[in-house]
Structure formats: structure tokens, C-alpha cells
Design a protein around this ligand. Structure first.
Ligand code: DX5
Ligand code: ZN
Length: 217
């Protein structure tokens, strides 16, 4: 069954606790948190003090997506803030192997994120070290963008690479996920769908989450 990770980026930041409580009550598996530095992406969002406050009330594991340059600098702070998963961009790490292992040594699950134009095959020599791969289906930086269709074939390539290598990595997708884009992703082998606007703009966010999961039943 597909899992859902609602992205708090689309929530009302003046009512973050209500958003976290809604996700905790829902069928979602993870809480996705988008950290941006205004350099790697043209936006600035949530930082460590906010993640710490969220982790004090959240029951579900925090999936922290680091859209920052050189994210290896922040492994200790991300762990101390309460993250279960630290997602770093392939494009932002010069020494990806070192960063991945420092995330695992810190006790978190290690995930590597690929931008839409970054090919899956670049992960070939690290795939067995990863707990998760996040494929961006929009250019990172903003919620509410249009789904980039070639992500579906990237999911297929990645699924094949994972099977051939014996890797345990799960496949997560982020950007433009809704009831129209999710079916092809699920069919191609996606395990976890991040959804921001689709969930938080829905009249009933908990039902919106359940409806996404229902697609894979
Ligand atoms: C974008 C973020 C996403 C964002 C997705 O850079 O990484 O997590 O919240 O938003 P939607 O689901 O609205 O495309
Ligand atoms: Zn994200």
C-alpha cells in the first residue's frame, strides 16, 4: 500500500500545531518538512527551532527535506531537532558517501533527493547504502507547482536499479502529487507520496490523505 507524507509547507504557519495534529490523526505515515536556504533554492522556509517545536508534539516520524547547499554541515542539528529521516540533495553534496554515512551514524535514516533533471543512474554506486530515494517531480523551492511527467519513467528506472542491486531503499516522490498524478506513480513503483497543496487545500485533509492511499488498494 502506498504511504503518504503530507508536506507542512502548504499548511498555515500560524496554525502549525493544528496541521501536525491533523496529520497525526490521519492515515499518513510521515510528516514532511521542507528546509530551504535561499541559495540552493530561491526561497527560505523552516529552520531547526521550528522543527524542534514540531517534534515535541508530533507522533509521526519527521521526514526532513534539506533544500540547502552542503547539507552535511547540519547532520547534528537535524538529528537534535528530532528528525527520523534526513533527505539531502545529490546536487548539493560534493562528498555524498560521507554525508550519507554521517546521517546513518547519527541514528537517522538516510535519503538522497534528485532534482527533475538529475538522472537516476547517478545513484548506482550508492544505492545499497540508502534507506530512501526522493525523486522531485517539480523544481524544488515552492509548493503548488505542476507535476513533471517524466518522473514516472524515473520511478521505473529506480525501481529496476533497486531490485537489481538488492537495495532496501524506498522510493518517495515530491511535487504536484494529487489524485490525477498519483496512479501512474503507484503503478511505476512509488512507495511514499509527499503531498502539500493537495492535502492542505482540500476541504477535508484527512479524507484527502485516505483517498490517496485508497488508490493503491
Ligand atoms: C517543494 C517541496 C515540496 C512541496 C510540495 O520544493 O519540496 O515538499 O511542499 O508541494 P505540492 O505538493 O503542493 O507540490
Ligand atoms: Zn519536500
Amino acid at each position: 500500500m502506498v504511504q503518504v507524507a503530507p508536506s507542512l509547507l502548504a499548511a498555515d504557519f500560524a496554525r502549525l500545531a493544528e496541521a501536525v495534529e491533523m496529520v497525526d490523526r490521519s492515515e499518513a505515515s510521515l510528516i514532511h518538512i521542507d528546509v530551504m536556504d535561499g541559495m540552493f533554492v530561491p526561497n527560505i522556509t523552516i529552520g531547526f527551532p521550528v522543527i524542534s517545536s514540531i517534534s515535541k508534539i508530533a507522533e509521526k516520524p519527521l521526514d526532513v527535506h534539506m533544500m540547502v547547499m552542503d547539507p552535511g554541515r547540519f547532520v547534528g542539528q537535524v538529528r537534535d531537532a528530532g528528525a527520523a529521516i534526513m533527505n539531502v540533495h545529490w546536487e548539493a553534496c560534493t562528498h555524498l558517501h560521507r554525508v550519507v554515512h554521517s546521517i546513518k551514524d547519527a541514528g537517522m535514516r538516510a535519503a538522497v533527493t534528485l532534482n527533475p533533471a538529475t538522472p537516476v543512474m547517478l545513484l548506482r554506486d550508492i544505492i545499497t547504502d540508502l534507506d530512501m530515494v526522493l525523486l522531485m517531480s517539480v523544481n524544488p523551492g515552492f509548493g503548488g507547482q505542476k507535476f513533471i511527467q517524466n518522473t514516472v519513467s524515473k520511478v521505473r528506472d529506480l525501481r529496476q536499479m533497486i531490485m537489481a542491486s538488492g537495495s532496501q531503499a524506498t522510493i518517495e516522490i515530491d511535487g504536484g502529487v494529487d489524485l490525477t498524478t498519483a496512479p501512474a506513480l503507484i503503478e511505476a513503483g512509488a512507495d511514499i507520496l509527499v503531498a502539500g497543496s493537495y492535502v492542505f487545500r482540500a476541504p477535508d485533509p484527512q479524507k484527502a490523505i485516505a483517498d490517496l492511499i485508497e488508490l493503491s488498494k
